[in-house]
Design a protein around this ligand. Structure first.
Ligand SMILES: *Cc1c(COP(=O)(O)O)cnc(C)c1O
Length: 415
């Protein structure tokens, strides 16, 4: 094979990202550390193959081996979640959602999803996203009193608007999303029901959150968040919707699948089926509870008062009315703590500034940290946000963060 000169420039950048992941605290709720075997499959020669179509029905030759890996991925994920049919080809969670809409809806149809400033995702009808441009989205939200999903109001808006589809699932909601009341409301108004499990797929696989598969017509999720696989999406559905979903993904929405990523998804589904993964999922939730309690101890108000999943939302307005989510995120970044700003319910600030922080425990749990480290992290966050203009203090926290990470290094052999 033709040899090309080594690209030192790109590999030096990758090396610096390995170092960043190894030495700073990763609290972005949608991120995780994929295993070495997931990375290995993602970096395999399967990236070379064209395989438009599905196992046994391809448009290109030479797919005997690829068929096996896609079949294996489909079988494993159906077993993991108890689903009748799986499509493992979506390149991302957003693609999985758009393909599902494409399968179930006509342009202009009404869809009921969660308000974006209260936890809903971009693909749940944002006016700047194709979902919001192609479909007529209406929304439900959380109550003012306990900041949990308001099922009475949801039922009311569903009865008025008669949506063709109800979407459950969120990108920033710290509580369990029970699929059962969504199903009964959908049945009452004659709607289909899609559960977007992007964030919580790993918690469901690990048995710590309710499985939406028996209740929803379609379940979409990402494979790279709590599920800890490669970056990608997946769709689960009933046998009678299988053909419509498959056609919507290909040829409806995508071209050739990413077979290297599908192999890595198969690895992740295998990992998620192990008993150790149930321990991992329980540990994520335990760590989130510990971090939430410690943050309350530092004087922060949490949306809904706490968490029962892998994430929490800090409402900074009571801590310091001058401190926006964005300012807080920038200060924490300088101190070696990585997270994102997020709107809180009825946020007076726009989404790119926001009044809250979203904090998640999947990655730090993968790294091996436990409740004691969560208390340390809460104290570091408190120090940064109380001393955000003090460069020496931010540098000191950065050193402390590196010391903590040196005991919980996700990729010691890549360094
Ligand atoms: C992350 C997320 C998605 C989109 O996933 P991408 O892979 O980033 O496209 C969709 N829905 C929800 C609820 C999410 O949290």
């Amino acid at each position: 094979m033709q040899q090309m000169p080594r690209d030192d420039e790109v590999f030096a950048i990758i090396g610096r990202e390995v170092e960043r992941q190894n030495t700073t605290i990763q609290l972005i709720a949608s991120e995780n550390f994929a295993s070495r075997q997931v990375l290995e499959a993602t970096g395999s020669v399967l990236t070379n193959k064209y395989s438009e179509g599905y196992p046994g029905k391809r448009y290109y030759g030479g797919n005997q081996v690829i068929d096996e890996v896609e079949e294996l991925a489909r079988r494993r994920v159906c077993d993991l979640f108890g689903a009748e049919h799986a499509n493992v080809q979506p390149h991302s969670g957003a693609n999985a959602n758009m393909a599902a809409y494409f399968a179930l809806l006509e342009p202009g149809d009404t869809v009921l999803g969660m308000k974006l400033d209260q936890g809903g995702h971009l693909t749940h009808g944002s006016p700047v996203n194709a979902s919001g441009k192609l479909y007529h989205f209406v929304s439900y939200g959380v109550t003012e009193s306990d900041e949990r999903i308001d099922f009475d109001a949801l039922h009311q808006v569903a009865s008025q608007e008669r949506p063709k589809l109800i979407v459950a699932g969120a990108t920033a909601y710290p509580r369990i999303i029970d699929p059962e009341p969504f199903r009964s409301i959908a049945d009452d108004v004659g709607a289909l029901f899609l559960f977007d499990a992007a964030h919580v797929a790993g918690l469901i696989a690990g048995g710590v959150h309710p499985n939406p598969v028996p209740f929803a017509d379609v379940v979409t999720f990402t494979t790279h968040k709590t599920l800890r696989g490669p970056r990608g999406g997946c769709i689960l559905t009933r046998a009678d919707l299988a053909e419509a979903i498959d056609k919507a993904v290909f040829p409806g929405f995508q071209g050739g699948p990413l077979d290297h990523v599908i192999a890595a998804k198969a690895v992740a589904f295998h990992e998620a089926a192990q008993p150790e993964f149930a321990d991992y999922a329980a540990a994520i939730v335990r760590n989130a509870a510990a971090l939430a309690e410690a943050l309350v101890g530092e004087g922060f108000r949490l949306v809904s008062g706490g968490t029962d999943n892998h994430l929490m939302l800090v409402d900074l307005r009571t801590f310091d009315p001058e401190l926006s989510g964005k300012k807080a995120r920038l200060a924490l970044d300088r101190a070696g703590i990585s997270l994102n700003e997020n709107t809180v319910p009825d946020d007076p600030r726009p989404p790119y500034i926001a009044s809250g922080l979203r904090i998640g425990t999947p990655a730090v749990t993968t790294a091996g940290m436990g409740p004691a480290e969560m208390a340390t992290i809460a104290a570091l966050i408190g120090r940064v946000l109380r001393n955000r203009d003090d460069d020496a203090e931010l540098a000191a926290v950065r050193d402390d963060a590196a010391t903590l990470c040196s005991k919980f290094t996700p990729y010691p052999d890549l360094a």
